[in-house]
Design a protein around this ligand. Structure first.
Ligand code: 7TS
Length: 407
């Protein structure tokens, strides 16, 4: 039985629209989530009533804008159990957050011969910044061997960690396999050798309660747009001492303390990492998204995302000619699959004609595609506005696609 999140779909205006003559079935939330009215309205209200630049001018609108943005930062800090909102940096998203860690901390502290441990299931955003860091510093990458079902075992991580490990990084939830990785245990291993633990939370923060203290990690990256917030806003959380030790990577307005002709000193956290005018409306919108998620309760969201993903896995695995990737359970939010002899782009096109949005491709995880020995997959992804009915629609569409290509 799928827990019902009563009437939630009604909060999302876009879900009322028709696509190609059908009710929209949106199964692409891992790419980006839809937005509830409360978020859309908050952004609109901000522009209509308080719009001004933050942290500089002394006038009423500027004051209101600054307060609203800082309130959003506080909400996000509480949402992930940060020690302080000074540890919460606004970025454009997960990609920018991870690049910032690689530049700000990595360039400063890595040396030739050091090692970075990561998994082959990482999204390119949590892979290429480390590849580039390794090239710049002459460090090397060490890959964790995945279990046959695509899960990460703590023992396999242990095998890659050495006295030279400086960074261990892992996605908390895979955007292809739906696996939930053992972050707390891996962070402990990292700390035993004095390495830092960096977590890609792009697919986990939207779907489960997040507690950076319980995890015992050092940096966390995630995106607002995958958790009901606007596009173009994301978060880098880091332990205060590490952010203090790291160097800024974007230089310019608002990130300085003092500037003369030859040199400059840096502002306090978080401003040190937020050069230039931030995405003020985006930050405020993300604050509204956090309010909305809290009003439902992240434990309920977690239960719902797991139930949908596990039920979809069960149903799809029972259809002949369908291969589903990753473990049956535990899994959350995404189900990647292939139909024998049919290219995922063709599957996606047939689905679209029925008003169903899924993603097809390599999901920005080409090393994982190699590991799975496929070029691409189709992927259905779920969020709190999806229901058991959407799984029926998905199953019917798969049967219809098979019939279509059999002709
Ligand atoms: N990390 C993971 C695990 C992701 O799933 C994504 C985006 C990113 C990082 C990058 O996030 P961004 O907001 O900076 O772009 N994943 C996907 C996806 O699965 N389909 O489209 C985007």
């Amino acid at each position: 039985m799928i827990t019902s999140l009563v009437d939630i779909a009604g909060d999302f205006p876009i879900l009322k629209r028709q696509v190609n003559g059908h009710r929209l079935t949106y199964l692409d939330s891992a790419a980006t989530s839809q937005k509830p009215s409360i978020v859309i309205d908050r952004v609109r209200e901000y522009y209509e009533t308080s719009n001004a630049n933050v942290l500089r001018s002394v006038h009423t609108l500027a004051e209101e804008s600054t307060v609203a943005m800082e309130e959003a930062r506080e909400k996000i800090a509480r949402f992930i159990h940060a020690n302080s909102s000074r540890e919460v940096i606004f970025t454009r998203g997960t990609t920018e957050s991870l690049n910032t860690v690689a530049r700000a901390w990595g360039d400063k502290f890595l040396e030739a011969g050091d090692e970075i441990v990561l998994s082959p299931m990482e999204h390119h955003s949590n892979l290429i910044p480390w590849q580039q860091l390794a090239k710049r510093t002459k460090a090397s990458l060490r890959y964790i061997d995945l279990n046959r079902d695509g899960t990460v075992s703590v023992d396999a991580v242990k095998q890659q960690i050495t006295g030279r490990t400086r960074i261990v990084t892992l996605s908390a939830v895979s955007n292809v396999l739906g696996t939930i990785n053992p972050i707390a245990a891996v962070a402990k291993l990292a700390h035993e050798v004095g390495a830092i633990m960096v977590v890609d939370g792009a697919q986990s923060v939207p779907h489960q309660p997040t507690d950076v203290q319980n995890w015992g990690i050092d940096f966390l990256a995630f995106s607002g747009h995958k958790m009901l917030g606007p596009t173009g806003i994301g978060i880098l959380w880091g332990k205060e001492a590490l952010l203090e030790a790291a160097d800024p990577v974007i230089f310019g307005g608002e990130m300085i303390a003092y500037v003369d002709r030859e040199d400059a000193t840096w502002a306090e956290l978080p401003a040190k990492f937020e050069g230039g005018t931030p995405h003020i409306a985006g930050a405020i919108g993300l604050g509204a998204a956090v309010d909305y998620l809290n009003s439902i309760g992240m434990s309920r969201v977690e239960e719902h995302s797991r139930e949908l993903a596990e039920e979809a896995y069960r149903r799809l695995a029972n259809i002949s000619g369908v291969t589903v990737y990753g473990p049956p359970y535990p899994r959350t939010s995404v189900v990647a699959f292939n139909l024998s002899g049919i290219h995922p782009h063709d599957v996606s096109q047939v689905f679209d004609a029925r008003g169903i949005a899924i993603r097809a491709g390599h999901h920005c995880a080409q090393p994982l595609m190699h590991w799975l020995d496929v070029g691409s997959t189709a992927r259905a992804s779920f969020y709190l506005y999806n229901s058991a009915q959407d799984i029926e629609t998905l199953v019917d569409a798969i049967e219809a696609t098979k019939r279509y290509f059999k002709r």
